[in-house]
Design a protein around this ligand. Structure first.
Ligand code: KG4
Ligand code: ZN
Length: 341
């Protein structure tokens, strides 16, 4: 069933066509450069940019997939969580398309879609759920840090989340203090490559707590005090790289330690990771090494499926239709604060 999926929850306008677990197209128009000037996503600008980009992006997705709108069997869109006005653009457009085509519509939970994005592999990307196994899933993005037990397909239980800043937010806010452009995560990753992760000792918040929650605002504050106490450090390129590597090591240490501990406690054999921060090379390396050591199968979302994309929305929507989930009504509203589970 060719299915058109739309994602507009934050600052990426994306449309994808999927068919039987295969991603036929996945077009993403990022607004990063638009928001960079403001040091973060400006909700009203994001919504207006989605309005401008959505139809061209959807057209491109259909063209790349060689699918005509009339051939679509279903339409899906992100229903939440996300920025209200941004969500509205994609959600209402998708409902209107489903109405005109007379096809079922599905409103999808953005984080639930991240849970399955790690299953997309290869070129063209295919999600092979015949290989599905219960897993512990880490979702790390600019807005969220979640540990989720995926007990079976479409059956998940949130174990913990951040009590304050998300991991990506910590990358972005500490990067801003260092003077890096928004979003700072990729830049810290790049600078950290030639830095010493043991140069400066930063706290690993909640690393020893037995729960599955995270907290990153204290780490951000300690970087602020560190910079106050080391005036002039930012003028020394090598010390900046050491600082980036040390901050990154603290964030990654907490994420990996708590993920592996939760996986072992639950006795699952598989770990998955997704969300923008999963692009981070240190996180990928450390999770890979830890899972090898613990004999856990690891599925890391491929880089283009880590950040927000409509392919993951489409893959989940198609799976839900196959497993006989009820379609969403055409007058349903967005759910900007929709909790997972
Ligand atoms: O999933 P995403 O595209 O959007 C949200 O839903 O937030 O994630 C964006 C976040 C930003 O905080 C960005 O700094 C972070 O992911 N990020 C990274 C890297 N690439 C993106 N953080 C660390 N290292 C990276 N390589
Ligand atoms: Zn996301």
């Amino acid at each position: 069933m060719p299915l058109l999926a739309i994602e507009t929850s934050c600052d990426e306008t994306s449309a994808a066509v999927v068919h039987q677990g295969r991603v036929l197209s996945n077009v993403v128009s990022s607004q990063i450069s638009l928001h960079a000037e403001y040091g973060g996503v400006v909700p009203e600008l994001a919504a207006r940019e989605h309005l401008r980009n959505l139809i061209p992006v959807a057209r491109a997705a259909l063209r790349e997939a060689s699918v005509e709108a009339g051939q679509l069997d279903a339409v899906a869109a992100t229903r939440g969580p996300g920025l209200p006005n941004a969500l509205l653009v994609g959600f209402k457009a998708a409902q209107a398309a489903a109405f005109v085509l007379g096809r079922p519509f599905l409103g999808i939970h953005h984080h639930q879609a991240h849970l399955y994005s790690a299953w997309l592999r290869g070129q063209p990307p295919v999600a092979d759920f015949s290989k599905f196994q219960p897993n512990l899933s880490l979702i790390v993005s600019g807005g969220h840090t979640l540990l989720v037990h995926v007990r079976a397909e479409l059956d998940h239980h949130v174990l913990g989340s951040t009590v304050d800043d998300a991991a990506g937010e910590c990358f972005d806010k500490t990067g801003k203090m260092i003077g890096l452009p928004y979003p700072a995560g990729p830049e810290i990753d790049r600078l950290a490559e030639t830095g010493n992760p043991k140069a400066y000792a930063f706290p690993r918040p909640m690393i020893d707590d037995p729960n599955n929650d995270f907290s990153f605002s204290g780490l951000k504050t300690s970087v602020r005090y560190f910079l106050r106490d080391h005036p002039g450090l930012l003028d020394d390129a090598q010390r900046v790289r050491d600082l980036c590597a040390s901050v990154q090591a603290a964030i990654v240490d907490v994420l990996v330690t708590k993920t592996i501990r939760a996986a072992k406690r639950l006795r699952v054999g598989c770990v998955t990771a997704s969300g923008g921060v999963t692009c981070n090379r240190a996180l990928r390396q450390r999770l890979t090494a830890a899972c090898e050591r613990e004999r856990l199968t690891l599925l890391l979302a491929e880089r283009n499926f880590c950040t927000d994309n409509a392919a993951m929305i489409g893959i989940l929507a198609e799976r839900m239709l196959m497993l006989r989930s009820e379609p969403t009504t055409l007058d349903a509203d967005i759910l900007p604060n929709w909790a997972l589970g």
